[in-house]
Design a protein around this ligand. Structure first.
Ligand code: ADP
Ligand code: 5GP
Length: 209
């Protein structure tokens, strides 16, 4: 069991370069603890082979995405490689109310915005590759992007993303996958055991008013 005693909902927000392994690590943690939820984002990026509507993303036209923002349904959004990506209010609200732990893999500005909106519930985790060479080979070996797209993602990692790691609460260096997953599970357990995140249980035990 990953979580401590807390009954409060929490947001574990993971940022890091494309290809650093965010989705892989999150999938492994959720396989170990299926009670952990995710947030399915909206995007204007075209659907890729193997992806599913409502599972990987909600795929929107630019007009549909802008209408969601206009309606106040998007908590944060960002542009990555020319496409818009955003966290939907509907994805977080009900899960947080149920006291669930939620993992989000989003860009650095998105993570900082979530922390601003949910200062108490959020933990920011930066996922780093063990080296830039490893990052490049993981992006290329994944075989998902064209060479030009992979190059753009690699450049974004060096110029925009990795320098922002200092703004996060935790760093993961995703070298050995099992060790990374183990570290993330430890972060989840330690953070959920914080005094400030256990108000409900302290009240139930009549230890605080
Ligand atoms: P991200 O979600 O950050 O874009 P992915 O989870 O898609 O990254 O991982 C990028 C590639 O690297 C995938 O092919 C994945 O299988 C591989 N990968 C992820 N973590 C590791 C690891 N610790 N060791 C080796 N390969 C990994
Ligand atoms: P991809 O195209 O590889 O699925 O995602 C590109 C980038 O967008 C990744 O860094 C991913 O974490 C980020 N991303 C996905 N959903 C969101 C979101 O809702 N908000 C923000 N800010 N970034 C997101």
């Amino acid at each position: 069991m990953t979580r401590g005693l807390t009954k409060e909902g929490m947001l574990f927000v993971i940022s890091g370069p494309s290809g650093s392994g965010k989705d892989t690590v999150i999938d492994k943690v959720r396989a170990l603890d299926p009670s952990i939820g995710t947030s399915v984002s909206a995007t204007t990026r075209p659907i890729r082979k193997g992806e599913k509507e409502g599972i990987n993303y909600y795929y929107k036209s630019i007009e549909e995405f802008d209408a969601l923002i206009e309606a106040g349904d998007v908590l944060e959004w960002d542009v990555f490689q020319g496409n818009k990506y955003g966290t939907l209010k509907s994805e977080l609200d009900s899960q947080l109310q149920q006291g669930k732990f939620i993992m989000l893999a989003i860009t650095v500005p998105g993570a900082l915005k979530i922390k601003e909106l949910f200062p108490k519930e959020s933990v920011l985790i930066f996922n780093l590759p063990p080296s830039l060479d490893t990052l490049k080979s993981r992006i290329l070996n994944r075989g998902r992007e064209t060479t030009a797209e992979a190059d753009a993602r690699f450049r974004a990692a060096i110029e925009n993303e990795i320098p922002k790691a200092v703004l996060f609460d935790y760093i993961l260096v995703n070298d050995n996958l099992d060790e990374t997953v183990d570290s993330l599970m430890s972060i989840i357990k330690a953070e959920s055991s914080r005094f400030s995140r256990n108000e409900t249980i302290l009240k139930d035990l009549h230890l605080v008013d």
